[in-house]
Each structure stands twice: as structure tokens, then as C-alpha cells.
Write a protein that binds this ligand. Structure first.
Ligand SMILES: [Mg+2]
Length: 275
């Protein structure tokens, strides 16, 4: 890989819509955050808690973050969940040996208890034949990278940007051929992700919030991506708070510049609540 390519962030940089009317990045005031005993903390992973890396496999959990998250789990009586497009399995590998409650696979999977893996909820995986047809799109051009996320399939074309039109045309043809296939296309910057349309991060969060220890608490959600906008949108229904990372998203209570600022905020939240 050339240095230029290595320096390019590669995944999930779906350009979030910028809200031009929003103020510039400001630190999130503590007064906005209620007592942790009444709060549910919901956190996206990539680009929110962790810095984006050239490939999804290279993300890294700073040691301090693990301490902060475990402290917040304790302080919220367990009402902390990771909310990600990644699978539960993938999340566990990244945070090992720590295990967290989670909404995973864009809502396809849910973990309500960290004590018993058998209680994890899984949607049926994407239809194999459909997956095979979508996967064949990667053969359109060298440089198209296929990522099987289990409940979704991502076609990365940063190394073959000329193939963008052909990729989306091929996806459209497959959808036209299978009008009843419950799939949804998530367009991103140099990535086309295809997922089951029956769930979203928002549907996962709604379900999660019906269960202990989340039920009745005020959700605080932080995310950076287009798929997180579905969760920003439902926060008002739950008297929740939403914060975006990087760009200013529409309808959020505030935003952070970078994942490092989110980590610092969470550490301060823990310190303050312990004081
Ligand atoms: Mg993200």
C-alpha cells in the first residue's frame, strides 16, 4: 500500500449532512447530562469512541477507555450499551476481554445481559443466494473490496473509484430482479453497504430501551455516521440527548470534534459523577 493510500481513512466515512445553522464545535456542558443513576449511555463505536483507521480491522481501544467504560457501567447500574454496525462477535474481539451490552449489526443483534451469551438476540442472517449475487459485484473491477458483516455486506471501492456507477447499477438490477427482497442500500463515501431493511440502529435502540436496566432512563446517545441519524431522530421521543462527532448533525444537542474529545468527555462524566 502506498503511503498516500495508507493515510486515507477507509471505512464508514459516509458524509453526514452538515447543519450550517448549528454553532461551531463546543464542549458539551455537564448541565445537559442528568444524574448517571437515571441515564442510559448509548455509544457508537467507529468514529465515535474509536478513531477511524485505514481498515476496519486496525481499530484500537486505548487502555484508559476500558477503565472509563467499566466505571460508567458500574455507575449506571449496567445501563451502558454500544450501538454499532459491527456484529456482536466483532465488537467482542475489539473490546476483549471486556463484554458490553450492545445493539449490533445495525440493529440485527442485541445483547441485553453480559452474563449469558445464550440470551443474545440475533436476526436471521442475510439470505445466502442474495449475498452471493451481491458479492459477485466485487468482480466488476480489481480494487473493489468485499466485507461480509454477517447481517450486511459492504462493497468498498476507494481503490476503484471509477467503479462507483457500475456498483450502484448492479445493486439496482439485483433489487429490480428481487422486488420483494427486504434489503436497503446505505450509500457512503467509497462504500456501498447493503443490509436487511427490517431493522436500523434506531429500531434496536427502541427495543433496548424497553428492557432493564435501560427502561425508564434518559438515553444519551453519541454517534458520528449517517446511520446514527436514525437514532438522533428518536432521542426527543425518549426525552433523550443526542451528540454527533466530527460534523454537526441536524437535531443534536451538541457535537464533539473527534473521538478523543468523546473519550475525554466520558472520563470527565465519570469523575464528576463520583465527586
Ligand atoms: Mg460510527
Amino acid at each position: 500500500m502506498t503511503p498516500e493510500l495508507a493515510a486515507m481513512p477507509m471505512r464508514d466515512e459516509r458524509a453526514m449532512r452538515d447543519n450550517e445553522d448549528a454553532p461551531d464545535a463546543v464542549p458539551v456542558p455537564h448541565e445537559l447530562v442528568p444524574h448517571l443513576g437515571e441515564t442510559a449511555i448509548l455509544l457508537d463505536i467507529d468514529g465515535t469512541l474509536l478513531d477511524l483507521m485505514p481498515t476496519p480491522r486496525e481499530v484500537w481501544v486505548p487502555p484508559g477507555l476500558s477503565v472509563t467504560l467499566k466505571g460508567l457501567v458500574e455507575r449506571t447500574s449496567g445501563a451502558l450499551a454500544l450501538v454499532s454496525g459491527r456484529s456482536l462477535n466483532d465488537i467482542d474481539l475489539i473490546f476483549a476481554p471486556d463484554v458490553y451490552r450492545a445493539v449490533a449489526g445495525h440493529g440485527a443483534e442485541m445483547r441485553l445481559s453480559v452474563d449469558n451469551e445464550a440470551d443474545d438476540v440475533h436476526a436471521p442472517p442475510m439470505d445466502k443466494e442474495l449475498k452471493r449475487r451481491l458479492a459477485a459485484i466485487a468482480k466488476l473491477s480489481p480494487g473493489i473490496l468485499l466485507e461480509d458483516k454477517g447481517y450486511s455486506l459492504a462493497l468498498h471501492y476507494r481503490l476503484a473509484p471509477h467503479a462507483e456507477k457500475a456498483i450502484y447499477e448492479s445493486v439496482s438490477l439485483i433489487r429490480a430482479d428481487l422486488p420483494n427482497a427486504p434489503i436497503e442500500v446505505l450509500p457512503g463515501k467509497f462504500v456501498c453497504e447493503i443490509k436487511h431493511s427490517g431493522f436500523t440502529k434506531a429500531s434496536g435502540v427502541r427495543e433496548l430501551m424497553k428492557h432493564e436496566p435501560f427502561r425508564g432512563r434518559r438515553p444519551l446517545f453519541i454517534g458520528d455516521d449517517v446511520t446514527d441519524e436514525t437514532v438522533f431522530a428518536i432521542m426527543p421521543d425518549m426525552n433523550g440527548l443526542a451528540f454527533s462527532v466530527g460534523r454537526r448533525a441536524i437535531g443534536v444537542n451538541g457535537h464533539f470534534d473527534a473521538p478523543a474529545d468523546v473519550r475525554a468527555f466520558l472520563a470527565r462524566l465519570l469523575d464528576t459523577s463520583g465527586a
